[in-house]
Design a protein around this ligand. Structure first.
Ligand SMILES: C[S@@+](CC[C@H](N)C(=O)[O-])C[C@H]1O[C@@H](n2cnc3c(N)ncnc32)[C@H](O)[C@@H]1O
Length: 209
């Protein structure tokens, strides 16, 4: 069983995860001012914590993740609460041959998932294809760190956070302008019996071409 499948059932029991989704959702809505004519896509949704905070702001929300466990928990929540406008998807946008619909979404957002994606350029290009012109891509993730954040995750082979200048450059290369770039959140995590601080940025790119 994969790392996130194992964690799925307990994911929502951590108040800090709910708190970070709440903080990022508020930043996104304050900046974008979404409305119900807009359709959104969450990449790496897990159990949907961020989309739940954004539930009343969009017409539809498509939620995608590659963990079957996470998507199962999300499907149960959606069924229990009879939410009609959430569309959970167990898919991998990065799989060879997977094709996305062009110009489908006004907003794409992702929280703490980009550092798990090996090829940042490839996924940003895919996001650009999926977005409508003037649409927003909201990325919330770790600022570059020393690798300690995942020191308790055996075999972690993702990015140790992001240098925001380098990430901005990849966004620009893929047809976005940088509309917002702040650090709204700091995650505190105990590593080797010491509480350490990990800043989280929110970068919002606007699709210009
Ligand atoms: C740290 S969790 C964050 C989950 C959720 N965004 C949250 O904040 O609660 C990272 C998530 O990214 C998902 N993930 C990893 N690689 C992915 C990929 N290629 N496509 C979609 N989701 C992916 C994992 O399954 C996991 O649910």
């Amino acid at each position: 069983m994969k790392h996130f499948d194992k964690q799925a059932k307990e994911w929502d029991n951590d108040p800090k995860k709910i708190e970070r989704a709440t903080t990022i959702a508020k930043e996104i809505t304050d900046f974008i001012r979404p409305n119900k004519t807009m359709n959104a896509f969450e990449f790496g949704c897990g159990t949907g914590l961020l989309s739940y905070q954004l539930k009343d702001f969009f017409g539809t929300i498509t939620l995608a993740d590659t963990s079957e466990g996470m998507i199962k928990v999300l499907q149960e929540k959606i069924a229990n609460e009879n939410i009609k406008h959430f569309k959970p998807l167990f898919i991998d946008l990065l799989e060879d041959g997977f094709t996305v619909t062009e110009n489908e979404y006004e907003v794409i957002y992702t929280l703490m998932t980009l550092h798990h994606i090996d090829d940042t350029n490839k996924i940003l290009k895919i996001f650009n294809t999926m977005l409508k012109t003037d649409g927003y891509l909201c990325i919330a993730d770790l600022v570059k760190e020393d690798g300690s954040f995942h020191s308790n995750v055996p075999g972690f082979d993702g990015h140790n956070g992001f240098d925001r200048e380098k990430l901005s450059a990849i966004l620009l290369k893929n047809g976005f302008e940088i509309a917002y770039n702040e650090i709204p959140l700091v995650i505190e995590k105990e590593i080797d019996k010491k509480v350490r601080k990990y800043p989280v940025f929110l970068m919002i790119g606007k699709k210009i071409n």
